[in-house]
Write a protein that binds this ligand. Structure first.
Ligand code: ADP
Length: 595
């Protein structure tokens, strides 16, 4: 269901808008000032406000009695998240003739920026924005039906990485696929993935002389997961990973840059060239493919129930846009992600995580797990919940592991390093939580920024302190300058002399921290990934409590348990999404064909 943050949000927006719009420079009144008998003074007005990544500019065209059009520009909003707010909210505002529209869940800052900018433009036009409060009588063009029946060979629930991958494979196999997505946008948590995809034995590794293997990939994943993982699933992940990278290339998403990720023995994380974030990159390629193949996605529609007849899956019930859908199908692929944004569920399985922030998209609340359990699915490893060590707490922005992989260090309030920054996420998180204030600073230089374009997003979101020298940077973050200078000098010695690190860090040491400007980001752990979920076999069939496959029910991605054990290593989420998303699409297709 679409998240309504309407009232409190709108009150805040209005208060903010009234303050920001007092400044006449925000409005650019360039219309003819003819007296009007209507409610508005016709013309085009401009307003500006701050979004997530920087300024958002709104242009509002008014006729005497209507808001005729609204366009917004916000070039620095995150592609696929904030950009959805920029695209969709103006249309909703014109349709409903108000600024009081629902924010796009998952794009709160950008939504607020759009509303603020439009409010600023309207205020510049002399409009009393509060008078636009909806009265509940906005006429709709057509009466809305309340029930609809549809059919498809396969219904995919969730349009994140796993769902879109599965849908594409099933479509390519000739099946008729319908995707249901509860948010207004595709991408789920996948679009937030910044690092890359782990794969062993790829062409890129061979080209770069990296002597990795499927067996080492399995060992790293098992040991990173404290051997709680299901080894068969891990083997499938590793064996199919190189093919997954090749498949991504075939759909227009080549991953041509190779880096280390925490917990990996070799350079195994395959990322887009130039250090761009992997999530938006593959989500864009997948959604383009699905659009090219005319795969239908029902947005703002949440699946609520899987329907079975005599133990076989025969349909899905979903609601959205004031419609209750009954969708008849032969197979369902669950790809609803985990439950990291469901505080109640998280604390039920791990009470120690009460009050923790989450990096998850708001739709990731365990719907798929609940629906699967209702038809007899077994769930495993539910208490295995990962916190990510480096999350900016004000905005819950995950600062990618690649920042450390490219050479950043972590320091505490004393300006000292305290742990191997490239260790696994659970251990780094624990080490940060033991520092004063439960937080730390990532320290890096211009070379790291130059190698990682994801950092530009953090800079434009104002999350980064920047100074020409380390002493000033230390002042900014409130640590002793001499200590920080010494910490960095010691680290640089270790890197340049290739000597043994005091904390036994062995990777992400390609460059010392030497080129100004210098940067710092304050970070602390936040809930990131739920390793547990629905039990599947290597064919992505959902297993019942008695261990048999539930006919017609498949699952892939974070909704499943078993691949990551007690701790997911960086780069394995995208690997899972691609490998098991493909398997789920192929298995469901074969099931439908033979059914
Ligand atoms: P994965 O990485 O496993 O693909 P993601 O978090 O990327 O998972 O994507 C999961 C998607 O599923 C999100 O887009 C989320 O909004 C969607 N989703 C979650 N619950 C439902 C539901 N009940 N109905 C439809 N979509 C859902």
């Amino acid at each position: 269901m679409k998240k309504r943050i309407f009232s409190i949000f709108m009150i805040m927006v209005f208060a903010f808008a009234m303050i920001s719009c007092g400044n006449k420079d925000d409005g650019n009144n360039n219309q003819e000032q003819t007296p009007s008998a209507g409610i508005y003074t016709p013309g085009t007005y401009e307003g500006k406000a701050t979004g997530y990544g920087g300024d958002i500019i709104a242009k509002v065209e008014l006729s005497a009695n209507r808001i005729e059009s609204i366009t917004c520009i916000g070039e620095n909003e995150t592609n696929g998240i904030g950009s959805v707010a920029i695209e969709k909210l103006p249309t909703a505002m014109v349709e409903q003739q108000t600024v009081y529209v629902d924010a796009i869940a998952g794009a709160t800052y950008s939504s607020k920026g759009v509303v603020d900018a439009v409010t600023a433009a309207l205020t510049a036009a002399g409009v009393d924005v509060q008078s636009l409060q909806p009265t509940g009588t906005v006429p709709t063009a057509e009466p809305i039906p309340t029930e609809e029946t549809m059919s498809a060979d396969i219904v995919v629930i969730g349009a994140g990485g796993a769902g879109m991958t599965a849908a594409l494979e099933a479509t390519n196999a000739g099946r008729n696929v319908l995707i249901i997505e509860k948010q207004a946008m595709v991408g789920g948590n996948t679009i937030k993935a910044t690092g890359g995809m782990n794969a062993a034995g790829t062409q890129l590794q061979k080209d770069e002389g990296v002597d990795d293997s499927v067996e080492v990939f399995i060992d790293d994943t098992m040991s990173g997961g404290n051997y709680v993982n299901n080894e068969e699933l891990v083997r499938t992940l590793a064996e199919r990973s190189a093919d997954g990278v090749a498949w991504l290339e075939s759909i227009g998403a080549p991953l041509k840059s190779l880096t280390f990720s925490g917990g990996a023995s070799f350079k195994r994380m395959h990322a887009p060239e130039g250090g761009a974030a992997v999530g938006p990159y593959i989500v864009q390629a997948l959604s383009q493919q699905l659009a090219d193949k005319n795969v239908n996605i029902l947005y703002n529609t949440a699946a609520t129930e899987i329907v079975t007849t005599n133990g076989e899956v025969t349909g899905v019930i979903a609601t959205g846009n004031n419609i209750k859908y009954t969708i008849n199908c032969e197979a369902v692929i669950l790809a609803t992600g985990g439950f990291g944004a469901n505080e109640e569920m998280v604390t039920k399985y791990n009470p120690d995580l009460a009050g923790f922030k989450t990096t998850n998209s708001p739709g990731i609340v365990g719907d798929g797990i609940r629906m699967a359990e209702a038809v007899g699915a077994n769930v495993i490893d539910m208490e295995q919940i990962q916190v990510h060590p480096t999350v900016e707490q004000e905005t819950s922005t995950l600062i990618t592991e690649s920042v450390r992989g490219q050479g950043a260090i972590l320091v505490n309030k004393n300006g000292e390093r305290f742990f191997n920054e490239m260790s696994t996420r659970d251990l780094v998180s624990k080490a940060i939580m033991q520092q004063e204030g439960g937080s730390a600073y990532l320290i890096f230089d211009q070379q790291v920024r130059d190698n990682l374009s994801a950092i530009e997003t953090y800079v434009s979101a104002d999350l980064v302190e920047e100074e020409d020298n380390l002493a000033d940077l230390a002042e900014d973050i409130g640590v002793d300058p001499e200590t920080l200078i010494k910490t960095v000098a010691d680290w640089n010695d270790t890197v340049t002399n290739k000597s043994k690190d005091v904390f036994e860090r062995t990777t992400g040491m390609d460059r010392a921290i030497t080129v100004a400007p210098y940067y710092a980001i304050k970070v602390a752990p936040a809930i990131h990934h739920t390793m547990g979920g629905v039990q599947i076999d290597t064919q992505a069939q959902v297993l019942s409590k008695t261990g048999t496959a539930i006919p017609g029910l498949f699952a892939a991605g974070e909704v499943t348990g078993g691949v990551h054990g007690a701790n997911r290593i960086g780069g394995n989420a995208v690997a899972e999404v691609v490998v098991f998303g493909r398997i789920a699409g192929q298995s469901a297709s074969a099931y439908v064909q033979n059914h």
